[in-house]
Design a protein around this ligand. Structure first.
Ligand SMILES: Cc1ncc(COP(=O)(O)O)c(C=O)c1O
Length: 444
């Protein structure tokens, strides 16, 4: 009962109106660019925003390179696996972090020279692919079983392979599926030392969904204690520590009412829930703060005992602003209900029931937001873009923009009922004034 009262009374911070309006205005100001893309390529469209991606790529490196000596960043391809996004990040000096044979093949085909391959349950075929490209790939092993399989494969191919091992960050529940428990690190290293072809050179951990560096800092302290338990020879084997990804983008997490504690309670107790337009924001630490706090924790807890490089695996932080979605309104069924030409299969999940992003009517720009169910055309009522739109009005044929949909949408898209959006690329800022003339259609 006390918990229910706590939930009901919990106040999630509101997304400030001025912040939302200035975000919307920044896209309304680029209206001509986006409209000309739809004129040229039709809709729906995924638009790659190269300038936004390069800006974030540089900011991330600046923050971590400044604070973390020997830092090397690997882009987590799973967050957006479009080849253009990965190629841009390669050209900015990133390595690639892959999690399957499919992602590894893509990374190899893009010419990546420095690839880390992590993830549980790697198959023999996937490990074999890594070993065949061992001059470009470091395998981050997930278990003792995987160490044994990898040694057999590498011996069969007579090909040594550089590796690390992933550490479990939470010994209870579903996160246990990743890596080995910290208290079995010594045993793992002893077993690895007996291998002839697998050379263990590093440690990895990854914690997801961090609005601040607190979780990473706490785990680094545990890691430091575990490292002090190793003998000097074992510590001397460690050439890198990979602190993973999980940095939340700086605008914070924007939520619908349903994702707030009070909203979750309302959805649980009301029989006929009518969703309400909600604008909530959980603040996220700037990337500099992540870098500084992680660097300080490493310095005090780890680097006194181990001399090694530090790797990061950012995904969402880099790709979030790198793609936008453009759709057209097909049907206006009521003043507060429109249907668009794209469905939620374009993003692969019912994101907008939980996350808030403004729907911006580029055809009738206005700084006002109207309540309206903006829905897709799939056979499910959960196919939704939002409960409101910014604009003067909304009519069939209007072009709507859903900004900053680069992370965990494009790579989760599904072939379901509707065709997938074409992908086009905006030219980098300053290279052209007529975007559509220079945009490339990239869908193959
Ligand atoms: C091992 C690993 N590294 C990096 C990432 C990227 O995380 P994020 O996109 O939150 O930065 C993930 C995401 O699931 C992951 O599993």
């Amino acid at each position: 009962m006390t918990r229910i009262i706590e939930l009901a009374e919990h106040k999630t911070p509101q997304l400030e109106r001025h912040e939302l309006e200035s975000f919307v205005r920044s896209f309304q100001n680029r209206r001509e660019e986006f409209l000309s893309l739809v004129n040229q390529y039709g809709s729906p469209l995924y638009v790659i925003d190269e300038s936004a991606l390069r800006r974030r790529a540089r900011e991330f490196l600046e923050a971590f390179d400044d604070d973390v000596p020997g830092h090397r960043a690997y882009y987590a391809l799973k967050s957006n696996n479009h080849p253009t996004i990965a190629s841009i990040l390669l050209s900015e000096g990133y390595g690639l972090d892959v999690s399957s044979g499919e992602e590894l093949s893509l990374a190899l085909s893009l010419g990546a020279q420095d690839i880390i391959f992590s993830g549980p349950g790697k198959t023999v075929a996937e490990l074999e692919l890594a070993v065949r490209h061992s001059h470009r790939v470091t395998v981050l092993m997930d278990s003792i079983g995987e160490l044994e399989r990898l040694e057999l494969i590498a011996a069969r191919l007579a090909q040594p392979i550089r590796t690390g091992v992933r550490l479990t960050t939470d010994d209870e529940g579903i996160w246990r599926k990743f890596g080995i428990p910290l208290d079995s690190l010594r045993l793992f290293m002893t077993r690895a030392a007996r291998c002839k072809f697998v050379t263990l050179r590093g440690l990895q951990f990854h914690m997801s969904w961090n609005l601040s560096p607190d979780n990473q800092v706490v785990f680094i302290a545990r890691l430091g204690a575990a490292l002090r338990e190793l003998d000097r020879k074992q510590r001397g084997m460690i050439e890198f520590i990979d602190v993973g990804g999980g940095y939340w983008p700086p605008r914070g997490e924007w939520l619908q009412e349903r994702s707030t504690p009070a909203g979750r309670l309302r959805y649980a107790v009301e029989e006929q829930v009518r969703p309400r337009a909600g604008h909530y924001r959980l603040p996220a630490a700037p990337i500099m703060r992540f870098a500084q706090h992680i660097a300080r924790a490493l310095k005090t807890q780890v680097l006194a005992d181990v001399t090694c490089a530090i790797y990061t695996e950012p995904g969402r932080w880099l790709s979030h602003e790198a793609m936008h979605l453009l759709l057209r309104v097909v049907d206006r069924k009521a003043d507060d209900l429109v249907i668009t030409d794209a469905g939620a299969n374009a993003i692969g999940w019912e994101r907008f029931e939980y996350d808030y992003f403004p729907v911006i009517n580029l055809s009738r720009p206005a700084p006002v937001e109207h309540d309206c169910y903006v829905m897709g055309s799939l056979c499910t009522p959960h196919d939704l873009w939002g409960y409101s739109y910014f604009g003067e009005d909304v009519q069939p044929g209007d072009v709507l923009l859903i900004p900053t949909q680069g992370a965990y949408t494009y790579s989760l898209r599904q072939h379901f009922i509707k065709a997938l959006p074409t992908v086009v690329s905006l030219p980098p800022a300053g290279t052209s004034t007529s975007a559509a003339g220079d945009a490339q259609s990239l869908t193959g």
